[in-house]
Design a protein around this ligand. Structure first.
Ligand SMILES: [Zn+2]
Length: 462
């Protein structure tokens, strides 16, 4: 970033700024697009996302490699795990290991960092005490992360580095003093034109469109705000573009139906979301069926019973990130995706739908039925709550007791099976906290079902 704040850069004509920027990016891109990038990209292309066995095998292999690496090189994990990690063979075994709170992770990041790795001189970060410390990543970590993202784009037809790419990103490459003219720069080496997202405002947008028409990008990517502003402008003025992009990749995990339509009609191509909000977020990307998948070749995502999320990321050999409790809120969607990928589908938790629960074979069951169940067991279990996270299963929570007597459990399960059918699982659990704390306004039932678009008809969730 230093180059961009120098007087030389700021006072150069734009064509020279392009050259300077390309030089700088050449140095950066050698880090990002080294042999590790090409090797991993090639490896990913040869893998089959629809084959659960091979995908799981690969995930387990990567997991064991990261754990071994952490136990050997990081004093924090040495202390946390001890020396014996032989029991951990697969992602499912991870729960045997303790998880790490983010606060601890931040505080002890220097011990977490892998030792014995050649570090280049650390760039001054100027972080305030309140800011979250960055992970130190190796070049290979960066290369593999980049390859995973580029592989996703390739699956939708866009080949980075080979095709022309228009990227809307924060415009620190535009000198502060520049108030007009070209708010874009070329990185020749990467076949990429950077457009300043900060300058995607009404007064500059017609120039941006003219420039895009001249550049004729094969694909477009970047920040949602800028891409949306541009799309609205194109649609409002009914501008016809002189180029046909293959796809627009928006870096966001949520895009409303209207926003998607806006972008698709402006550029006349499909929009795909992907996201890795921070270096501590899971890598999520949208498939052809419009669902968000967690890329299990990049890590392991775990969901605890309390609805918390634990993330393990493979390409963090520099600062191993293992079972970190993160704040991102995602829920698993238990539904095979029509795209065929076995990578888990996730969704944002929505406001619970509390009017009904879903029976696999009998359709909707309204809260009235559940109220009768509660009434029936009132003496043994004064407070009950029914939670559905998947079409196959319902959890029944009894408050005020941690231990549920076997007989009571059997009776409740029998009652539920009578209402919902025998083809579902019912789990009865107790919790000691008072109902007021946990149940709150949501009351008797919580329906967390939300089925991905293409699965809806299958489950009759119209
Ligand atoms: Zn899918």
């Amino acid at each position: 970033m230093k180059l961009l704040s120098t007087e030389l850069y700021g006072s150069s004509p734009i064509c020279l700024q392009n050259v300077l920027l390309s030089f700088r990016e050449y140095a950066n891109s050698r880090k990002r697009y080294g042999m590790g990038y090409y090797r991993f990209l090639h490896q990913l292309s040869g893998m089959d996302e629809n084959d659960s066995q091979s995908e799981e095998r690969y995930q387990d292999l990567e997991l064991r490699s990261l754990l071994r690496h952490a136990a050997e090189h990081s004093s924090f994990y040495q202390e946390l795990y001890g020396s014996d990690l032989t029991d951990i063979r697969s992602a499912g075994d991870l729960r045997q290991l303790p998880f790490v709170e983010e606060e601890v992770f931040n505080k002890r990041i220097d011990e977490i960092r892998a030792q014995n790795i050649q570090w280049k001189k650390r760039e001054p970060e100027g972080l305030l005490a309140s800011q979250i410390p960055h992970l130190w990543l190796t070049n290979l970590d960066l290369q593999k992360q980049t390859a995973a993202i580029d592989h996703f784009k390739k699956q939708h037809g866009a080949i980075n580095l080979e095709m022309k790419r228009a990227t809307f990103y924060h415009g620190d490459f535009v000198p502060l003093g520049q108030k007009e003219g070209a708010f874009w720069r070329d990185i020749y080496y990467l076949n990429q034109r950077l457009y300043s997202a900060d300058h995607c405002t009404e007064s500059h947008l017609s120039a941006v469109v003219r420039n895009l028409n001249g550049f004729r990008p094969d694909f477009i990517d970047g920040l949602p705000g800028a891409i949306l502003a541009l799309a609205r402008f194109i649609n409002d003025y009914r501008l016809l573009l002189d180029f046909q992009a293959i796809a627009v990749f928006v870096e966001t995990d949520s895009l409303s139906v209207d926003e998607r339509l806006e972008v698709e009609s402006a550029f006349g191509c499909t929009v795909r979301r992907w996201n890795m909000k921070t270096e501590r977020s899971p890598f999520l990307s949208e498939c052809a069926a419009g669902n968000l998948h967690f890329n299990m070749r990049t890590g392991v995502m775990e969901f605890t019973e309390k609805g918390e999320m634990l993330l393990t990321r493979f390409h963090t050999k520099g600062t191993p990130l293992i079972r970190l409790k993160i704040k991102d809120q995602w829920m698993p969607v238990h539904c095979p995706c029509p795209c065929g990928s076995v990578h888990p589908v996730v969704r944002k938790p929505l406001q619970p739908i509390s009017g009904f629960l879903q029976s696999r074979s009998r359709g909707r069951v309204t809260s009235l039925y559940l109220a009768t169940v509660q009434e029936k067991f009132q003496h043994a279990a004064p407070s009950m709550q029914f939670i559905q996270n998947s079409v196959d299963a319902i959890e029944i929570w009894l408050s005020g007791t941690e231990i549920v007597p076997k007989e009571l459990e059997q009776n409740i399960v029998q009652e539920m099976a009578g209402i919902f059918g025998e083809d579902m699982r019912f789990t009865v659990r107790g919790r000691s906290s008072s109902p007021a704390e946990e149940i709150g306004a949501s009351g008797l039932i919580i329906n967390n079902l939300q089925v991905p678009r293409a699965c809806q008809s299958e489950y009759g969730m119209d």
